[in-house]
Design a protein around this ligand. Structure first.
Ligand SMILES: O=P(O)(O)O[C@H]1O[C@H](CO)[C@@H](O)[C@H]1O
Ligand SMILES: [Mn+2]
Ligand SMILES: [Mn+2]
Length: 394
């Protein structure tokens, strides 16, 4: 082991917090996308003093951001190499994979053969079968679903098959079973759907509310990730939030579920108190699910400020030989057209108490540089993709 190895690495993915259009944004119809920048403008000033102190404003100027002369963290930004801008592609790339064939998407609805099979196997009819926003489709079809018990099936620009059902019409357990069945049907070509998602909700017409009983059924990562290497070498690989779902449990030695960003930060603190050697990997999904897809820049901005306020405690709880890495998995600009993700650069911040002279990590060509760094740190097999920046952390 070299002198700069860290015993514990805490990785935070701020889901969808992009910092400006990626060089290939045009290929994704995302010219001009800028999640953080546009939120800050809509907020007439966004205040994340702790992210700024770490070095965020070194890589992203935004309204309300405070310039930092001596950042506490190494700072940089990363472009995504894979052919996709979804959560799984982003996270899998962070852990060392390169997804060159995008998952299948069904912007015009799923083929009749699949819908028929679902209807036959569940004994329920299907409503919707189109690309839609998850809240709007409840307004449109919620009442009919409650009357008939039919399944609301919808998708988005992502490779997802989502099934919504009222908890009093189809109890979550039954909905999960239906989703497991749909998962089995769509693992391979011609479907190869990234995720089947159970979307239980409660409430009454015009007051529908989605519940935390959401469950995601992902495909298994297409190759071995750094998490597999860690787990197989006897290190801890702790998942917080939906990380375990995103990797379908692959390379996860312990999983802590969360109900919200703040709950995620609570669970992160729990792992900061634990004695382990390896990785604690947190995803903060509210940014994306509650605000990005809902095109709610003010809600998004407030959530960012609320998150930022939790950082001093996290930094205080870090031990001398810990490393904290903060990044994101794609953008989701809440003032961009549509309701989907955006192809953007993501921030990269790396902080440790023992690092004395934080400097720039420049612009990285792939998110996999994070995975390569983690692999090198624990001396496990370096992924095929990615260049470690461990030696730069002095
Ligand atoms: O509109 P809702 O149901 O929130 O769906 C969003 O959530 C899905 C999974 O993250 C995305 O693909 C997007 O469609
Ligand atoms: Mn995401
Ligand atoms: Mn999303």
């Amino acid at each position: 082991m070299t002198s700069h190895n860290f015993k514990r690495i805490f990785l935070i993915v701020m889901d969808s917090v992009g910092i400006g259009e990626a060089p290939d944004a045009a290929e994704f119809n995302d010219n001009g996308a800028d999640t953080l920048g546009h939120i800050a403008e809509k907020m007439k000033g966004l205040h994340m003093p702790n992210m700024d102190k770490l070095g965020l404003t070194k890589v992203k100027e935004y309204m309300g951001g405070q310039e930092t002369i001596s950042p506490l963290a190494y700072f940089g930004k990363m472009a995504e190499l894979s052919a996709g801008k979804d959560t799984m592609t982003g996270h899998w790339e962070i852990m060392g994979l390169h997804i060159d064939k995008p998952f299948r998407t069904f912007p015009d609805g799923f083929p009749p053969a699949l819908i028929n099979e679902i209807e036959e196997k569940t004994g329920r009819k299907v409503l919707g079968n189109k690309a839609a926003s998850g809240t709007e489709i409840l307004d449109e079809l919620g009442e009919e679903h409650v009357k008939t018990g039919d399944l609301i099936i919808y998708t988005s620009a992502d490779s997802v098959l989502q099934i919504a059902a009222h908890e009093e019409v189809i109890p979550p357990k039954e909905l999960w079973e239906i989703c497991e069945m749909a998962r089995e049907m769509t693992l391979e070509d011609p479907y190869m759907i990234g995720r089947v998602i159970a979307r239980p909700f409660i409430g009454t017409p015009n007051n529908w509310e989605r519940t935390p009983n959401r469950h995601d059924y992902a495909l298994k990562p297409f190759g071995r990730t750094v998490m597999n290497e860690l787990a197989d070498s006897g290190f801890d690989s702790i998942s917080i939030g939906k990380i375990s779902d995103i990797f379908d449990g692959e390379g996860v030695t312990e999983s802590l579920r969360t109900e919200s960003n703040m709950d995620g930060m609570d669970k992160l603190e729990e792992t900061l108190e634990m004695d382990f050697t390896g990785l604690s990997f947190l995803n903060l999904v509210d940014f994306d699910a509650k605000f990005g897809h809902r095109r709610d820049p003010i809600g998004y901005g407030k959530a960012l400020e609320e998150y930022d306020a939790r950082l001093p405690k996290v930094m205080e709880m870090l031990r001398e030989d810990d490393l904290l890495i903060i990044t994101a998995d794609h953008g989701n600009d809440p003032v961009h057209h549509g309701t989907d993700h955006t192809r953007e650069f993501v921030p990269l911040l790396a902080y440790s108490k023992k690092l004395q002279k934080p400097a720039s990590l420049n612009t990285r060509a792939t998110f996999a540089d994070v995975g390569a760094t983690i692999a090198e740190n624990f001396n496990v097999k370096i992924p095929q993709h990615g260049t470690s920046f461990l030696a730069d952390l002095k």
